[in-house]
Each structure stands twice: as C-alpha cells, then as structure tokens.
Design a protein around this ligand. Sequence first.
Ligand code: GCO
Ligand code: MG
Length: 402
Amino acid sequence: MKLAKAEVFVCCPGRNFVTLKLTTDDGIVGLGDATLNGRELAVASYLNDHCSSALVGRDPRNIEDIWHYFYRGAYWRRGPVTMAAISAIDVALWDIKAKSLNTPLYNLLGGKSRREVLVYAHANGKSVDEASAAAGELIAQGFRAVRIQSSVPGLSHTYGIAKGPGGYEPAQPGIAEEHAWDSAKYLRHVPALFERIRADHGSEIHLLHDVHHRLTPIEAARLAKDLEPYRLFWLEDPVAGELQEGLRLIRRHSTTPIAIGEVFNTAYDFSTLLTEQLIDYLRMPICHGGGITHLSKLAAWASFYHVQTGFHGATDLSPIALAAALHFDLAINNFGIQEYMPHSASTFDVFGVGYSLAQGALVVSDAPGLGVTFDEVAAARFPYAPASLPVNRKLDGTLYHW
Ligand code: GCO
Ligand code: MG
C-alpha cells in the first residue's frame, strides 16, 4: 500500500477548518484535522509546502516511522504549527489503517474500556442569574458535567461569554479585538458565582471553570483555595503553563483539581507537571499534540502519575478532531472527561459524523476508521474567512494573557 495523494482543504462552514485528506493507491481515504484557530493558513502552508510531496509514495502503514520522519527529520522541532501538521498526518494515517482493516479506530488502540465518553457542556451568562439558568437547562438535558463562566462585573468583555445570541466564538474577522482585564475584580467574583451555582443545582453535578491562563501562581493558589468548598471537578488553565514550576504554588495551597495544556504541543510540556504530580488532567488535544501516536505515549506516561485526560474540544477543533479524541477516550484506561461544544449545522454540511449525544455522554459508532466523512463540494461553498483571536489588556493598558 502506498500514499498516492495528500490534499489540504481550508473552508469556513461557520468557522475556519483546515482538513488534510490522504488517499492511498487502492483508494482508501484518511482524514486529519489541521486547524489552528487564527493561524489556519500557516498550517496549510506547512503541510502543502513541506510535507505533501514527502508523503506521496510512502507506505501509510508505517505510522511510527512517518511520525519520526516529520518530527525528528524536520530538524526544527515542536511548536503549534509544526505539531498541528504532524497531528493531522498522524490521525489520517490511523484512519487509513483502521479502514484498511475494516474496524473502528478504537479497536487498534486497545479496544473499548467503557461504553460511552462522559462530556462537559458549557453554561455561560452575562450575569450569575443567566449562568445559573443556563446550567439548569443543560442539567435538564441530561448533562452530568458543566463548565460555568459568567461576566465579571466592571469588565466590558469576559472570556467564554457570547456578545450576542448564538454560541460563543472568540475569533472575529480582521485584526485582534482588544479586551480588558482586572484580576482583583475576577478573584472577587468567581467564588460568589460557584456559591450560587451549588446553592441552585446541588452537589451531584460536576462543575468546571476555565481561568484561561489569567492569574499569577499565587493568585491562582488563592482562587483554588477559595473554591474548595464548591468541590470543582477541575479548575482549568489557572496560570499560563510555560513555567511548569509555577504550578507548585497552587498545589501547596489547595486540593482543587487542576487541568492544563490546551495550548501545549508535546509531551515535554508536561514533564515537571507529571513527575511532581502538579496536575490532575491533561488537556493537550490529539490534533495539536502530535496525533494519536504522541498522545498514546503521553497518556500512558500520565497514567503512572494518576493523571487523567480531559481533551480540549472547543468548536475550533473540527469534527475530525473530536472523533479522533472520542476513539482515544473510549480506549484508554486513564480517561477523565471530554470537552464538548456542539458544532453548527453548516459544519455538519461538510463533515459527516458517526458519534451522537445521549444523556451527557458521546457514543461512538462502529463505522471503520474515525467514522467521519468530508464533502469537498460542500466545503467549496464555504470559503476561508480570515479571523483573529482577541488580545487582552489590564485596565491601565498593559498587554496581558488572553
Ligand atoms: C476551552 C478553550 C477555548 C479556547 C479556544 C481558542 O477551554 O474550550 O479555552 O475556548 O479559548 O479554543 O481558540
Ligand atoms: Mg480552556
């Protein structure tokens, strides 16, 4: 078996996606998601200009060797653009292998460890009342885990809160929007939000919250400690994760579980976090962290430190990325939870999927491979539309983490 074609598609059915399609000489198609929100064309160029011609002619069954060819062989290692490209190649190769064996991908990853994949949904509100009402609706729909975000009084924008009706989408056309931030206001607000949510919805529902990298280690330690009475499932990205040692301070002060890693792109980004047991959940997704080949190694390594997975699953990760995550989630022992944000109807005009939602969990179909189809004709109806993620400034104008 040989790879005959490597094609890259960039489309915007509601939001931008980059899709890699590999075709073998006997006509098997493998799909990979190469989307990097706000940097789509950089990954498309990496694939088109530096990977496609090196893929053609290779035996797609040799996934491990191809992974190292693009990782070690590139000399310039790591980074989100390179790793998103490698991830897309890797996932497409696993899709081909599973289809050629006529079996769902999870069967090649050890088989099923569970019946379904527990997901968390998103309750967002412009006020605490709105956030609590949104949580109530999700609980009534059967969700067992809900992430709660609400506007911070006194700040014009808050991460996670949609400006108008419809879903939350941070990337906007043109150059980056500027948002305002104040850690003191935020730190006063969040414990009151969770006090109210527990009072309204009881102790059974799993609650999560995303700090989106915005605190210093000692501020994060304070928040994690203040939230202890509300028994969070996790507190996400409490600090920017470049300084892994920074998480020691949080651990020293609190037992609130910590999740981190949606912007990481290799297992090396977790080395101190795992060996010192500074986190509880790793969020680096398959589509940005080197694909199934690299995540299998990271997840196995994490399991020795009692760390579970909780992959990033915002809508800027395509249905191909979500399907890859679901097969992996189903198979590994140390699965924790999967993020879930529903894709728009136009996204499903382009991507056909086999997973479905039932009582707060996703159920994976037994279709061979990933179980995802890509409609090129439909994709051509939704041309790429440049968009940027926001930047954030403190109230005095200092540039801060978004
Ligand atoms: C999450 C994330 C997203 C990111 C987005 C950036 O936890 O789902 O923080 O909301 O902000 O994916 O493109
Ligand atoms: Mg996040």
